[in-house]
Write a protein that binds this ligand. Structure first.
Ligand code: NAD
Length: 493
């Protein structure tokens, strides 16, 4: 049984409800996860509130020290963490190690908290009057995270939240819950006070308890768009600060002057890596011109056919299974719908050479897709790439911008002017120029536009610090004698 982690120890709670955790490579239920009840969540919140009283006023030097130790412990255990991720998510070990590395970069960024939380100061804003600004922690903050990056997405949130002085409650995905528990153990070993970081496993009951708890000050969410919308509306309606990152349909636009092999390598990697279960996966291609479209479809199809599918823990495997039977069935249903709707299924993942058992579907390439088809409109979240055709740059860009999602978008071209036009006009938060998965580094902020993000601030980087703190401006005067009353509005003098 995978237990929650509350007030510094493993805790199965009282609810008695649990979920099944699969090994996606075999299709077997590998373990069970105990679901936290609203009462369990309340215990975690109370522990966090108690811990915040101490942690929130701990020196910056001490908070940095804890983060630094956590970074060292995580680096030492990164192989174990990657193995846990592969066993519950299904992605390859190499991919899991990459996710741990990208998460660790946020921990490293958080080690610079002393610099990041610096305010500003001005002397003599008026005669013998000075002004200084500070950033202070919010209190208790919650993070609700998706299955597809069980270590990295939590690390987009908690290192900065904790370094800023908050207590943090993590509700990870119930589909791959174990990575969160290992990270909780390592935070405790690094010297974080009991209760400053808890993990509550579960489903809607645990999430709703966090969203409406009066002692929770802020909520960060990453997941699908319908749930992101619900999280943002519910959390803000109960007076909390919220940021909710949603789903995606990331487009790559390919211009006639692009090198087709370079573009095909990049697009196939970004579409099928992690079985397409990345929020920044390329899932739609818009080729400009028929010649480009035909050449690109053929080149991507070649790569899809050559890709080795198998258990993520096996050497040489390039793509693992989907996370659950439902996720696999969903991809299969979209392949069927696409074919029935008149699109051309160039490579059919159902016909790939797949291992027995497990939730496998091969990489799938669907060409001649039209914007009104469901396979284009919906986020499929699997190894299914749709290819659309546009007659010109403007037509292609209009198509990209008409999509309700706006997470990432990429362009492949040798024309600097066209690339500039694209980055200036495209309606998305993270843009790649000849880069298929433009995930910002830890010291920039990650977030999309439109239905890919509800809220104002993106995660990690400078915006992460702003999200987990609030500002205070102090105006100071030390008078030597009485000045007399003044009923006018204060101005400089
Ligand atoms: P999901 O929305 O199903 O679940 C995310 C979290 O919400 C989980 O912790 C889950 O337990 C909880 N949840 C699910 N249903 C709920 C409900 N009805 N009420 C309250 N909480 C609920 O997402 P997922 O399937 O775990 O992850 C895949 C999705 O996440 C994709 O849509 C992907 O695009 C998105 N994602 C987005 C980003 C980004 O940066 N924008 C990053 C990673 C994943």
């Amino acid at each position: 049984m995978v237990s929650s982690w509350i007030a510094g120890r493993a805790d199965d709670g009282a609810a008695g409800r649990h979920g099944d955790v699969f090994d996606p490579a075999t299709g077997e239920v590998a373990r069970r996860v105990a679901f936290a009840s609203a009462a369990d969540v309340d215990r975690a919140v109370q522990a966090a509130r108690g811990a915040f009283a101490e942690w929130g006023s701990t020196s910056l030097a001490r908070r940095t020290e804890v983060m630094f130790r956590f970074r060292e412990l995580m680096a030492a255990r990164s192989g174990d963490l990657a193995a846990i991720i592969t066993s519950e998510h299904g992605k390859t070990l190499e991919d899991a190690a990459g996710e741990v590395q990208r998460g660790l970069e946020v921990v490293e960024f958080a080690c610079g908290i002393a610099h990041l939380m610096k305010g500003e100061g001005s002397e003599q804003i008026s005669t013998r009057v000075d002004s200084t600004s500070y950033r202070q922690p919010l209190g208790v903050v919650a993070g609700i995270t998706p299955f597809n990056f069980p270590a990295m997405v939590p690390m987009w949130m908690f290192p900065l939240a904790l370094a800023c002085g908050n207590a943090f409650l993590l509700k990870p995905s119930e589909k791959d819950p174990s990575a969160a528990v290992l990270m909780a153990e390592l935070l405790a070993e690094a010297g974080l006070p009991e209760g400053a970081f808890s993990v509550v496993h579960g489903d809607k009951e645990a999430v709703d308890a966090l969203l409406t708890h009066p002692e929770v000050d802020a909520v960060s969410f990453v997941g699908s768009t319908p749930i992101a919308r619900y999280i943002y509306e519910t959390a803000t309606a109960s007076g909390k600060r919220a940021q909710a990152l949603g789903g995606a349909k990331n487009h790559a636009m390919v211009l006639p002057d692009a090198d087709i092999d370079v573009a095909a390598d990049a697009i196939a990697s970004a579409a099928f890596g992690s079985a397409g279960q990345r929020c920044m996966a390329i899932s739609a291609v818009v080729s400009v011109g028929e010649e480009t479209a035909d050449a690109l479809a053929a080149a991507v199809a070649d790569r899809a056919r050559a890709l080795k599918v198998g258990p993520g823990s096996q050497e040489g495997v390039e793509m693992g299974p989907l996370v659950t039977p439902e996720a696999r069935d969903r991809v299969v249903a979209y392949i069927e719908k696409a074919g029935a709707g008149g699109a051309e299924v160039v490579v059919d993942g159902r016909e790939a050479d797949l291992p027995e058992g497990g939730f496998f579907v091969g990489p799938t390439v669907v060409d001649r897709v039209e914007p009104e088809m469901e396979v284009y409109r919906d986020e499929v979240f699997g190894p299914l790439l749709v290819m659309l055709r546009a007659g010109s740059f403007d037509e292609g860009l209009d198509l990209v911008n008409a999509n309700p999602y706006g997470n990432g978008a990429a362009i492949f071209t040798a024309d600097g002017g066209a690339a500039r036009e694209f980055r200036n006009r495209v309606q998305a938060g993270m843009i790649g120029v000849n880069v298929p998965i433009p995930v910002p580094m830890a010291y920039y902020s990650f977030g999309g536009w439109k239905d890919s993000l509800f809220g104002d601030l993106h995660v990690h980087g400078r915006e992460g610090v702003l999200f987990y703190t609030r500002g205070k401006v102090v105006t100071e005067r030390w008078p030597r004698r009485a000045h007399g009353t003044d009923y006018g509005f204060p101005t400089q003098s």
